[in-house]
Write a protein that binds this ligand. Structure first.
Ligand SMILES: Nc1ncnc2c1ncn2[C@@H]1O[C@H](COP(=O)(O)OP(=O)(O)O)[C@@H](O)[C@H]1O
Ligand SMILES: [Mg+2]
Length: 335
C-alpha cells in the first residue's frame, strides 16, 4: 500500500440556514487517497460533492460547520483547525482546490503572472519576481501552456485555456492532494479532453501526489481515476475501483447513474445516460430509512424503515444497501 496522502473518517458537516435549520450535506463520509492514486467522486447535483470538497480541506466558513469526524492530510489531523490557519498552512501546499467554475472567478484586471505571484508570495514572501516568472514559465511549458499566457489577462484566454491556466496556478506549489471540482463540466469536448489529459500529466509527472476528481458524470471517471465513490443525498453509497463502479456497480443508484453503458473506451463518454426518475430527498429532513428508497425500483418496506450503513462486498469494495451482494446480482440478472 502506498503512503496515505489524505484520510477522512466519518466526516459529518452541515449548513445552518438563516432559519436555523440544519442541512447535513456530508454525512459520515470516510475515504482514503494514497500517493500516486486518484479518487473520483460522482453523484447528481446537490448530493454534497462540493461541500465534501470544502469540508475535507477543513475550509469552514458560515454557513458551513464542522460537526464530527477526522481529516488527516499527510499524517496531520486538521479537523477542528482554525480556517485561517488552514488557509495559511494547508491550502495550496498540502491540498489544492480548483473550485467549480473556477475559471470564471479569475479577476479580469490581473494578468496570469499576478495570480502566480500571489500564490507563491503567500508561502514564500521573499521570492523575487524574476524567480517566480522563471519557475512559472517552466511549469507552464511542461504542462503544454505557452509562456505568453503568463502576460495575458484572463479575458484574453479561451474557456479551455483559462481552465488549464487555473489548474496550472493551483498546483504551482506541488500539493499532496489536488481536488478538482467538475473541472471539465463547462467546457466543449476538445477542451474537456485537454483538461483531463493535463490532470493525468500532473499525476504522471509527480507535480501532484494524488487527486480527487469530482463530477456529476460517473462514466467520465473511468479513464481518469483509480477508485470511485458515488454519493447520494450527502452519503457515500458505493466505493469501488473505477472498473467495478463503472461496469459492475452494486448500489441501485450507482447502476442508475451508469444507465445502460457497457461499451468500454471511446463509447463511454458519448452515451446518453438514462435519467433516474424522481428527485433526491430534502437534506433538512432526510428519510430515516435508505435515502434512495423513494426512487429505487427494488424498494421493500424494510428499506424505508431501517437506515443502512456501508457494508463490505467481495474484492474490497463497499456499498450501502440492505440487499446482499448476491441478491443484488440476481436482481440485476433478471432485469
Ligand atoms: N450555502 C449553503 N447554504 C445552505 N445549504 C447549502 C449551501 N450550499 C449548498 N447547500 C446544500 O447542500 C447540499 C449539497 O450541495 P453541494 O455540495 O453544492 O452539492 P453538489 O456539489 O453535489 O452539487 C445541497 O442540497 C444544497 O442545497
Ligand atoms: Mg458542486
Amino acid at each position: 500500500m502506498g503512503k496515505v496522502m489524505l484520510e477522512v473518517r466519518e466526516l459529518t458537516t452541515k449548513y445552518i440556514t438563516r432559519f436555523n435549520e440544519d442541512i447535513y450535506a456530508v454525512d459520515h463520509v470516510s475515504l482514503k487517497v494514497e500517493e500516486g492514486k486518484s479518487l473520483g467522486i460522482a453523484g447528481e447535483s446537490g448530493c454534497g460533492k462540493s461541500t465534501l470538497a470544502l469540508s475535507l480541506m477543513g475550509y469552514y466558513f458560515p454557513p458551513l460547520y464542522y460537526t464530527s469526524g477526522d481529516i488527516i492530510i499527510n499524517e496531520r489531523n486538521i479537523s477542528g483547525m482554525d480556517p485561517d490557519e488552514v488557509r495559511k498552512s494547508i491550502l495550496g501546499k498540502e491540498i489544492a482546490y480548483i473550485p467549480q467554475a473556477a475559471m470564471n472567478a479569475l479577476n479580469p484586471t490581473q494578468k496570469v503572472i499576478n495570480f502566480v505571484e500571489d500564490v507563491i508570495h503567500a508561502h514564500e514572501p521573499t521570492a523575487t519576481k524574476k524567480d517566480i516568472y522563471d519557475m512559472a514559465r517552466q511549469r507552464f511549458e511542461i504542462l503544454g501552456l505557452p509562456a505568453e499566457v503568463l502576460q495575458k489577462y484572463s479575458v484574453e484566454l479561451s474557456g479551455g485555456m483559462k481552465q488549464r491556466t487555473v489548474i496550472a496556478i493551483s498546483v504551482i506549489l506541488g500539493p499532496k492532494v489536488l481536488i478538482a471540482d467538475e473541472p471539465s463540466s463547462a467546457l466543449d469536448v476538445t477542451s474537456q479532453k485537454m483538461v483531463i489529459k493535463m490532470l493525468r500529466d500532473l499525476m504522471d509527472r509527480g507535480m501532484i501526489k494524488s487527486m480527487i476528481f469530482i463530477t456529476h458524470e460517473l462514466p467520465l471517471l473511468y479513464n481518469v481515476t483509480d477508485d470511485i465513490m458515488v454519493m447520494y443525498a450527502g452519503q457515500m453509497v458505493e466505493h469501488a475501483t473505477a472498473e467495478q463502479a463503472v461496469f459492475d456497480p452494486l448500489h441501485p443508484y450507482a447502476r442508475g447513474l451508469m444507465g445502460s453503458i457497457i461499451v468500454p473506451e471511446s463509447g463511454l463518454r458519448g452515451h446518453k445516460l438514462a435519467a433516474i426518475p424522481g428527485v433526491p430527498p430534502n437534506l433538512k429532513k432526510p428519510p430515516s430509512g435508505c435515502r434512495f428508497a423513494e426512487r429505487c425500483k427494488y424498494v421493500t418496506p424494510t428499506c424505508r424503515a431501517v437506515s443502512v450503513n456501508m457494508r463490505e462486498a467481495a474484492n474490497d469494495r463497499e456499498y450501502r444497501c440492505i440487499f446482499a451482494e448476491q441478491e443484488l446480482r440476481e436482481m440485476y440478472k433478471n432485469e
